[in-house]
Write a protein that binds this ligand. Sequence first.
Ligand SMILES: Nc1nc2c(c(=O)[nH]1)N[C@H]1C(S)=C(S)[C@@H](COP(=O)(O)OP(=O)(O)OC[C@H]3O[C@@H](n4cnc5c(N)ncnc54)[C@H](O)[C@@H]3O)O[C@H]1N2
Ligand code: MOO
Length: 399
Amino acid sequence: MALLPIGEAHHRLLDGAEPLPMEWVDLDQAAERVLAESLIAHRTQPPFDASAMDGYAVQAEDTTDPKRNLRVIGEAVAGRRFGGRVGAGEAVRIFTGAPVPEGADAVLIQENVDRAGDLILALEPVAEGRNIRSAGLDFAEGQSLLPKGRRLDPGALSLAAAANLSVLPVVRRPRVALIATGNELVLPGTEPGPDQIIASNSFGVAAVARGVGAEVIDLGVVPDDKQAIGDAIARAKAQADVIVTLGGASVGDHDLVRPVLEQAGIDLSFWKIAMRPGKPLMFGRLGTTRVLGLPGNPVASLVCSHLFLAPLLARLGGLEYVADIRDARLGLAMAENGEREDYVRATTKLVDGALVATPLPVQDSSMLSTLAQSDALIIRPPFAPPAQAGSSCRVFKLR
Ligand SMILES: Nc1nc2c(c(=O)[nH]1)N[C@H]1C(S)=C(S)[C@@H](COP(=O)(O)OP(=O)(O)OC[C@H]3O[C@@H](n4cnc5c(N)ncnc54)[C@H](O)[C@@H]3O)O[C@H]1N2
Ligand code: MOO
């Protein structure tokens, strides 16, 4: 049976994937969340004409005569305005952030003033409006501040706070449950039996999921047993938007994930795609829960997470997701490719301003050491002809 092209698999994966419902979160919990609605300012900032400098609030035209003394009649501090009015020949001592008193139309900075008792002399004239931040300079009440879909980065968070928005409408974070399958697997930190290995995949996959804002529920390792896998899937379905199984996706006698999902009534969208590594990737729905069956080979698990899990979770979380794919030149010749689109571990470097990607010599999909060493994957399209060193290629940057 022909393998499903990656483009079509992507299309099926994202079909109908919409941002999850909105929830309210406190401002101090909102970092990196995604706005479910645009934010409207609840107040004007600054709410009054404010001094931008420490100095004296004056009438600008009083400062044109270098000999004219002005009388200091009071003080305006941030948080406590001067209640009176600045008339001709008068000044008010003012500090940064304080409301500019009525009558004044400029602030003389104190470095440009000689003061003797209650009298000041402007050492140079100040222009009207100078050193005053007009009310609403930053934003005005009712103004739209941030659009729906905006990730709440530090600047956006402080802006929301300044607009007096103490709870924010955000897209609920997708919850993803991870289930590793395999009798051979034990968790890191435990002593493996003679034929066992350490279950490593969930840690990298969880990091990919968290990287796009998802909440991870790690359900640990279950044995290659239909009942155990079925129970874990039922537990996952009760709490997650997306279930990710790791391993047991292929065709062997102990690859039980698909039969168990079929028994549970999965609407299977695809199984087996034209990709290397990652051929046995599986996707479908159990009711409203999406299920992604990742291959067990560690590199296949992670590459499929970058290519499929990340965009799916980003979409559910309301995030714009753009993979970092760049043009590069091959650092080494590559052989022709077969039916599967190949994601080849490589290192990249800039040579004379151009990105050069050099494939690592061994590409076995069990080898995490070479994945960790790589900073990119060279994308070799299906049936690509042999390519010379120096010819152009595309790379998926991992870091
Ligand atoms: N006859 C065929 N055999 C295989 C095919 C095929 O088309 N025909 N496909 C191969 C490909 S491609 C892949 S990829 C693997 C994927 O198989 P499974 O998803 O069934 O994975 P497992 O058999 O469970 O495990 C494969 C390998 O990975 C290790 N593993 C599994 N889970 C983890 C984990 N959480 N952490 C670390 N390592 C894990 C497992 O011990 C195996 O060594 O199938 C090929 N076979
Ligand atoms: O996906 Mo498998 O890892 O192609 O070897």
